[in-house]
Design a protein. Sequence first.
Lengths: 161, 242
Amino acid sequence: MARTEWFDRHGQRSIPITLLVIAVVLLAARIGSSTYARPEATTGLVRWVSPEAAMDIVRTSPKPVLFNFTAEWCEPCHQMDQEVFADRAIADDINRRFIPVRVIDRMREEGKNSQLVAELERVYSVRGFPTIVIAEASGEKGRMEGYGGRQRFAQMLEQAR
Amino acid sequence: MNATVFAETLRRHVTSIPYVAYLAFLAMIGLAVSKFNAVGAAWPTLVALLAIVIGAGLIGPEFSSGTLQLILAKPVNRSVYLLSRVAGVVAAVWIGAVVASSFEALGHALFGGSQQDPWRLLGAALLNSAASAVLTCSLLAFLGSITRSYINVAIYMVLQIGLGTVMGILGLIRGMRGALSRFLTDNTWIERGLATIDRNLFPEVVPRLDRDWLLLVLSNAAIALVLACLAFRRREVPYGAD
């Protein structure tokens, strides 16, 4: 078959140029989107700190720590990000009262977690995601396993006062 | 796009009794899940199943029955024909998604439901379900263009179930002690690779707006369609039925 037949719009076996262009544009957008992804877009309004950074903060701050044990693949965790941590009132309350620490499990993606993440999961007996633990020096003040809606989360925050 | 092929494909589905019965089932499920805690539950999976069922007969059976040979005897562009068929099937699936989400919305409006503001999440579930249907139909079109009869859906199901099973088994092995566990822990690319293939071919419909997820699904669908057109334009169409 002659190569020119590929681009002959009236030929029976021509290739769909428009579709080809759409595919290239979508692919480029996908690569661009992942390259310039904004991490804060998925974490709501809470000023999360990493477990490593939290180790320094807890030494000097009297506030209890709010651990959010989560994972990229965990759908209820994303739902919680959108419904709870993107809520201005709840986010402000968390930022004011706690040191919010986001602990991301990478076991499924990378086959292992960092030593600190593994230790935190062991200490707080994390069996699934999301798990929220409010902890201070004297022990746990609140705990929520799984996501049961904004109301349940707000109740847990209230009980931890 | 050929309007006649598109309309005929759509008509073939919307006038079939099983399709209409399935729409009624989707409507009931949509209404029922409006009382659930999560928005957009259950029905996206049923819409995905609809996409697999009606996408199975997208092009393959026409090879076997000899219909395709007759159609391509006319001056019809092969890619246009294939894409019009895909569009017809996708439109039939979208109708299912719209029915299910509309009835869930009706349920929220009538009964209140447990969610305070379900509309944004419901819209996202509808959009994602629609995008996922495009990918499913595109993959089935590609597999259909290189096979015949319903072999496309057989390959699709074996891949989907097989990948999930293999990843589950590997996860179990990694959790145990032994040489295999150590091997998997040292070579995480094996599980990562399988997870990447699974995520690209069979992405789970998420009930939230996620630009990256949408781009992943739509770009993969476009690539599958390009490959389907390239395969279909070279494909020999045999005379007569199997």
